[in-house]
Design a protein around this ligand. Structure first.
Ligand code: BGC
Length: 259
């Protein structure tokens, strides 16, 4: 008997798949049976290594998701290889340098919006052009608890993530009549290269853990397991929502006392 999250024969593209959460998602989708394309912007060798470890059905594709022409070319490569895409995971993201708004550099602010928000839109647009006619497909945007929690010094990142949440709901409304689901998964603090400077520092890690009711920093597999479930037929009635996978971070643990 096949297990319920079985993805045998499905094709998937994971942006930012050469490390961190994206890498774990790519590996988990493949373990569930999917053929996986691993996108990266610069570390092609790392993406190729992940693809090689997964096996012959995986491929590494280099493209800057904030460049619509590069995204189009990447999807054409996917077309040539597979003739259709079933799953898109918009995972590529950067949080940028910490800067208060009145000190922020314009091009740095724009870059964070370009990669996170335009990147998700450009890839979703190409995916939907394929999924809508085939009347099948799932898109998962990896957002963050910062689609909801304000984060001083990261106004571009929070704005992009909140934008991705509304992009998710709007695209889901457009695509649902065509049998296509669009969801978001919002990770909390997950141990990846993006926040390495925080979790490697004992004081930083302690501060982070205090913000997480379940008392531990997330592992990339925590996110991957949720994503694999959501793209599978087990979740065929779930669309248009953000699922928070954050150990309770958005439950505002400071309110366990006082108020
Ligand atoms: C950020 C991490 C941070 C986490 C919780 C994520 O979106 O990328 O650096 O640890 O949110 O604040």
């Amino acid at each position: 008997m096949k297990f319920r999250n079985d993805l045998t024969g499905r094709t998937a593209l994971v942006t930012g798949g050469s490390s961190g959460i994206g890498e774990a998602i790519a590996r988990d989708l493949a373990a569930a049976g999917a053929k996986v394309a691993i996108n990266c912007v610069s570390h092609l060798d790392a993406a190729q290594k992940v693809a090689a470890e997964i096996g012959p059905d995986a491929v590494a594709l280099q493209a800057d998701v904030s460049d619509s022409k590069a995204v189009e070319a990447m999807f054409q490569q996917v077309d040539r290889r597979w003739h259709g895409l079933d799953i898109l995971i918009n995972n590529a993201g950067i949080d940028g340098e910490r800067a208060l708004a009145w000190e922020a550099d314009e091009s740095a602010w724009q870059k964070v919006i370009a990669v996170n928000l335009f990147g998700a839109f450009f890839c979703a647009r190409q995916a939907l052009r394929r999924m809508v006619p085939q009347k099948r497909g799932v898109i998962v945007n990896i957002t963050s608890v910062h689609e909801e929690i304000a984060w001083s010094g990261y106004s571009a990142y929070c704005t992009a993530k909140a934008g991705e949440a509304m992009l998710t709901k709007t695209l889901a409304q457009e695509a649902a009549p065509h049998g296509v689901r669009v969801l978001a998964v919002a990770p909390g603090a997950v141990k990846t290269p993006i926040n390495q400077s925080v979790w490697q520092d004992p004081a930083g890690l302690k501060d982070l853990e205090r913000k997480i009711p379940l008392g531990r920093i997330g592992e990339t597999q925590d996110i991957a397991s949720a994503v694999t479930f959501l793209v599978s037929d087990s979740a065929s009635y779930i669309t248009a929502r953000t699922i928070f996978v954050d150990g309770g971070m958005t439950d505002f643990p400071d309110f366990a006392h006082g108020g």
